[in-house]
Design a binder for this molecule. Sequence first.
Ligand code: HEC
Length: 95
Amino acid sequence: MLYKNPRGIACSKCHGLKGEGGKKIAKYYDKHQNIKLLRSSDIRGYSLKELTDSLSNHYRENGRRKRHKIMPVYYMTKEEILAIYTYLKSNREKR
Ligand code: HEC
């Protein structure tokens, strides 16, 4: 339930119903006027630690703190994140 409707903005809207990714998020034009499509990634393989970092919006890239550019910030409790993690993990195992 949290995965599908956390604070009104569903993870599934961008990451797919099961976290499988591949959903179209946005269309944009690059500097050569070519049309580009932004698609989401598969998020079923992340560890609980990675998921927690990602959802607290201070995940690391190349050792540096980075903010999400597109994904919204959610203020979730540990229990809520654990619930989402468990849901994604069960989808991974069903593959
Ligand atoms: C508006 C679309 C959108 C929504 C809604 C969204 N995401 Fe994301 N997510 C993204 C994008 C885009 C990225 C790639 C990083 C970036 O630029 O934000 C991403 C990256 C991730 C990653 C990869 C690790 C990382 O931090 O880059 C995880 C895990 C993730 N999202 C989980 C979730 C969960 C769980 C939810 C629901 C609570 C959620 N996302 C909701 C768009 C979204």
